[in-house]
Design a protein around this ligand. Structure first.
Ligand SMILES: [Zn+2]
Length: 367
């Protein structure tokens, strides 16, 4: 098992920490990678194309090495920093995908060929990301399975039908039924296959603890270890049913202690989906910067079929802090907290309800 999160990758699978940097020759460049663990939220570039490239590169590495950690990155990008590049309606786009957005804090027109926008736009001056994203979504079914020496690897979960030819020339048909990522129950039915024994290998996501696998209702006898493929070897026949049941717990995540930009902050993740808060869900006079989350809060999950294209929202106990816009540094007074509960929405679905400010990481309070 290897590390799933390289030291320059965001919790959303995004890459490309800065808009500006310098080459080894000292020449000015746009779209830069900087030091490990240096992960700005507000000023991150995270171009949609760069995030998709992270998934594309991972698919090729998966083809070479067959390691689940690469499929984990594909899943992470496609549920978060790739998908955030397009609106729920499919008409408006982001070029940059920072993890925090505050308006009127940066001059978006300060440089030529501006690529960062505070709202999704129907047309981007540098129009690479929109077609790149829609073609990648269209091709994603081609990444769902891989062929191995004597079997099929299931890389990605989502309802589909597989009809393909294995490497020995034999035909196989599988059906996958699931409501993933909102539910972690995945049912695979063998529709037809060869009579000789072969492998069906299921990816166990790196975040999945307590997953179980059954075949025709009985324990498959294979441990579902996170960030590996669980290999099921047998003589399969039409009608065989494999079920992998992955608990979808909403959890707080924190960054490595060396990431200064998220120290004492947490984000919410459920399965592969990273959440954020945005201003349409806050009282009018509250900034996303003034929301603190209670560290031991219950995280309530509610699937809402008519909200943002059908999505699970999460609510958590929060404290709102009223604070005057201060000087650069001021003496600290004990905050006058307002206790409430705040809605978190999937990061990919932010900026679909008009102009909004947003943050993925939120300061945490333990009382
Ligand atoms: Zn692009």
């Amino acid at each position: 098992m290897g590390k799933c999160y390289p030291e320059k990758m965001y919790a959303t699978g995004a890459v490309g920490q800065t808009h500006f940097g310098a080459s080894e020759n000292g020449d000015m460049i746009e779209e830069g990678f900087i030091d490990d663990y240096m992960m700005p939220n507000l000023t991150a570039y995270n171009e949609t194309c760069a995030n998709l490239c992270n998934a594309m590169f991972s698919f090729r590495m998966l083809g070479i090495h067959g390691q689940a950690k690469y499929a984990d990155i594909i899943e992470l990008v496609m549920h978060n920093s790739g998908l955030s590049g397009i609106s729920v309606e499919g008409k408006d786009y982001f070029y940059a995908n920072p993890l925090r957005m505050l308006h009127n804090t940066r001059d978006y027109n300060a440089h030529a060929d501006v690529t960062e926008t505070p709202d999704r736009e129907g047309y981007l001056a540098c129009f690479c990301c929109p077609p790149n994203l829609v073609r990648t979504i269209s091709n994603l079914s081609g990444w769902a399975y891989s062929l191995a020496d004597n079997g099929v690897h299931v890389n990605l979960y989502g309802s589909n039908n597989l009809t393909t030819t294995m490497l020995d020339g034999s035909a196989i048909k599988l059906t996958q039924d699931t409501e993933y990522p909102w539910k972690g129950l995945v049912k695979l039915t063998v529709e037809s296959c060869k009579s000789d024994a072969f492998d069906i290998a299921l990816r166990v996501p790196e975040w999945a603890t307590g997953a179980t696998i059954t075949i025709n209702g009985e324990d498959a006898g294979v441990k579902a270890t996170p960030a590996t493929y669980a290999v099921l070897h047998r003589n399969w026949k039409a009608g065989d049913v494999i079920v992998i049941d992955i608990p979808m717990e909403a959890t707080f995540i924190e960054g490595h202690q060396r990431i200064e930009e998220v120290r004492n902050q947490v984000a919410i993740k459920r399965g592969p989906v990273v959440y954020c808060i945005e201003t349409p869900d806050l009282p009018d006079d509250v900034s996303v910067l003034d929301v603190y989350v209670k560290g031991d809060s219950e995280l309530a999950v509610d699937y809402q079929p008519d909200f943002l294209g059908g999505t699970a929202i999460i609510t958590a106990d929060t404290y709102l802090r009223s604070r005057e816009q201060g000087a650069m540094y001021t003496a600290v007074k004990k905050p006058d907290w307002q206790e409430t509960r705040t809605k978190f929405v999937p990061y990919y679905a932010w900026s679909n309800r008009g102009t909004a400010e947003m943050t993925v990481f939120v300061p945490v309070v333990w009382k």
